[in-house]
Design a binder for this molecule. Structure first.
Ligand SMILES: Cc1cc2nc3c(=O)[nH]c(=O)nc-3n(C[C@H](O)[C@H](O)[C@H](O)COP(=O)(O)O)c2cc1C
Length: 222
């Protein structure tokens, strides 16, 4: 069994940030079941593109979990200000009042987070990098563990699609970036990069890529 909820935070901002609903969201970000909580962050600006194929495949293949889909193109996640106001706090928090703030309790209490991104100039794309920068609010050298994550043992993954390649080089990039997820409690990670997919949706023409994404979904569900 699984439930999939698409978080269109921009549309529901009035829900997230006005009193009762904000409190509800902060205190109980998920539906309250005992199932695993998995967040998928899709950073592609291209609707119906390859990252959407990957996200749909994950949603289809993850089981026994509550899945929250956060599409960065539908939200406002501003760059980190580097103000360090998040340091020395009891819980991870950010002074910026954008959609990332509403996502912090989800990230803190999830069991797994998957970031799905296209490769842009050899890296994650800008929105994906901005998303990772904002998780700096979990990094806190003043804490014994060096971070503010209220739970550890999470799983994390980065899945990327790229037009040309070399996919092996971008795999190394993904392996480096997924280490940053340690700040919010990720101790076990996987990455996958599918190369040669430029046409929107062409990722699904590669049975081996779809299987690799399905395998990550299975691992996340365990
Ligand atoms: C600005 C930009 C930069 C890109 N840079 C690369 C690159 O460095 N290497 C590569 O193989 N593909 C590159 N691509 C191609 C995309 O990674 C590829 O088309 C990907 O599948 C797009 O995912 P989407 O359909 O979800 O948008 C780039 C595309 C754009 C728009």
């Amino acid at each position: 069994m699984r439930t999939v909820r698409h978080l269109h935070l921009k549309k529901s901002l009035h829900l997230c940030y006005n009193n009762q609903d904000a409190i509800k969201l902060q205190n109980k970000p998920y539906g309250g079941s005992d199932m695993k909580k998995i967040i998928i962050v899709d950073s592609s600006p291209r609707k119906g593109g390859n990252c959407d194929v990957i996200t749909d495949k994950l949603c289809e293949s993850i089981h026994d979990a509550e899945v929250e889909v956060f599409r960065l193109r539908e939200t406002t996640v501003n760059p980190c200000h580097g103000c360090n106001a998040c340091k020395g706090k009891a819980k991870a928090s950010c002074v910026q009042k954008d959609d990332f703030g509403a996502l912090i309790p989800f990230i803190d209490s999830c069991d797994a987070l998957v970031l799905v991104s296209p490769v842009y100039f050899g890296q994650l794309n800008g929105p994906a990098k901005t998303f990772i920068d904002r998780t700096y609010c979990f990094f806190d050298p003043s804490k014994p563990a060096g971070n503010n994550a209220s739970a550890r043992g999470k799983k994390g993954a980065i899945i990327m699609s790229c037009g040309a390649g070399p996919a092996e080089v971008y795999t190394k990039v993904a392996e480096g970036m997924v280490k940053c997820f340690g700040n919010f409690g990720v101790d076990d990670s996987r990455v996958f990069v599918g190369g040669g997919v430029n046409t929107p949706g062409s990722f699904k023409d590669h049975a081996d890529y779809m299987k690799a994404v399905g395998d990550i979904a299975e691992w996340l569900s365990e």
